[in-house]
Design a protein around this ligand. Structure first.
Ligand SMILES: Nc1nc2c(c(=O)[nH]1)N[C@H]1C(S)=C(S)[C@@H](COP(=O)(O)O)O[C@H]1N2
Ligand SMILES: [Mo]
Length: 384
């Protein structure tokens, strides 16, 4: 039998075994690659119909994992220690049980990946190819980070708190444990409410969400909420780790220092109305009143306004927005009724937050594909 010729590797694919390939942009006609598909099957989004739940059932909450999910059983006898070290008077070594003995707080927090919307950009930054679904809301229970830092006694001259996870990998040639920092001011700000969490929606953290311990940083894009938390290090110099100064920067060109990715930009999402076509996911509705519902959030300020357009963005109708004043970090619910007549439509929804930020009608582009809060557009057919 004839041996099949090995297929030439596409020009744009990194060479086999190259673990130091730089970040790159997809070519003009380059579809989603096998490597991006492999990321997309590991890092799944929120099925948009799950926007109906106030808190997202774990399993439907989006997941983003840079490397591998560490194996961390959460039972008696299982050893996991979190250390609080560096520029502190009393370094701490705590296991999950010791954390559970401390006064607990629960915050309802909407987390969103900074890369949400990336796959809608042109040119497309080659990475996890999110559309609009990298979001979820959970009740996170744990100990305020401020309490642990107070217990350890942060010394004068402290600048950053570096959170390091147990997961290890290589990214653009840099071998690393996943690590991110917060300023001491942000880490201890009671209005920010940063938590070392051990429970999600009242149950121990699922493996993919950081079992047994994770940071939860309300209002910030997800990269700040370090999972599988092992170490909190108080430093006297600004942290310059990969995820802080190389990844997660808003840049127009590679090589620029860029601006740090921090707070979540406003976004509204709609529960796709009616029912879907299997392949295209085009929505199908019948004529008459169609209730449109969804969620909206912003890390800058509570959502002030949600508008929907069903005439191709010529006119906008205000939705009724129900925010929960005691849960400022959770998404708000919105609803409005549309009276559908037969025909094809594109429904658009956009949010504005109390700080005056509105979702754009054209995608804000940057090299890493971060913070693309372009409005959601839902293709729909109203039957005769
Ligand atoms: N240790 C560790 N923490 C991590 C990550 C990671 O890869 N490793 N991913 C971050 C990113 S980019 C996001 S968006 C959130 C996702 O949290 P979730 O999977 O619980 O939704 O976790 C953050 N924390
Ligand atoms: Mo992310």
């Amino acid at each position: 039998m004839e041996q099949a010729e090995p297929r030439p590797r596409p020009e744009h694919a990194p060479a086999l075994g190259d673990v130091s390939a730089p970040g790159r942009l997809a070519g003009p006609d380059e579809g989603i690659s096998g490597a991006e598909l492999a990321l997309a099957t590991r890092n799944h989004g929120l099925p948009l119909e799950a926007l109906r739940h106030d808190t997202t059932p774990p399993g439907l909450h989006y997941v983003l994992v840079h490397y591998d999910i560490p194996y961390a059983p959460d039972g008696p006898g299982d050893r996991w220690t979190l250390t609080v070290e560096g520029l502190v008077d009393r370094p701490l070594t705590l296991d999950p049980a010791a954390l559970r003995e401390r006064p607990a707080v629960t915050h309802r927090v909407t987390l969103e990946c900074a890369g949400n919307g990336r796959a809608r950009l042109a040119p497309r930054p080659v990475s996890q190819p999110w559309l609009t679904e990298a979001v979820g809301t959970a009740d996170w229970t744990g100990v305020p980070l401020a309490d642990l830092l107070a217990e350890a006694g942060v010394r004068p001259g402290a600048v950053d708190v570096v959170a390091t996870g147990a997961d290890h990998g290589v990214e653009r040639g840099v071998e690393q444990d996943y690590a991110r920092s917060l300023s001491v001011a942000a880490a201890t700000d009671p209005a920010r409410g940063v938590l070392v969490a051990y429970a999600m929606n009242g149950a121990p953290l699922p493996p993919q969400h950081g079992r047994p311990l994770r940071l939860v940083v309300p209002g910030w894009y997800g990269m700040a909420s370090v999972k599988w938390l092992r170490t909190l290090t108080v430093t006297d110099t600004p942290f310059t780790g990969f995820q802080q100064t190389v990844a997660y920067r808003y840049r127009q060109a590679s090589g620029e220092p860029g601006d740090p990715v921090t707070l979540i930009a406003p976004r509204a999402l709609m529960v796709p109305p009616g029912f879907p076509d299997f392949m295209t996911r085009t929505r199908v509705v019948r004529p008459g009143p169609v209730p449109l519902t969804g969620r909206a959030w912003s890390g800058h300020a509570p959502v002030a306004r949600v508008e929907v357009s069903w005439d191709g963005e010529r006119t906008w109708t205000d939705a009724e927005v129900t925010a929960d004043p005691v849960r400022p970090w959770a998404w708000a619910a919105w609803h409005v009724t549309w009276h559908a007549r037969p025909g094809p439509y594109t429904l658009t929804v956009r949010a504005t937050d109390g700080a005056g930020h509105t979702q754009p009608l054209t995608a804000p582009w940057n090299r890493g594909g971060f913070g693309n809060n372009l409005v959601q557009r839902v293709e729909l057919l109203c039957l005769a």
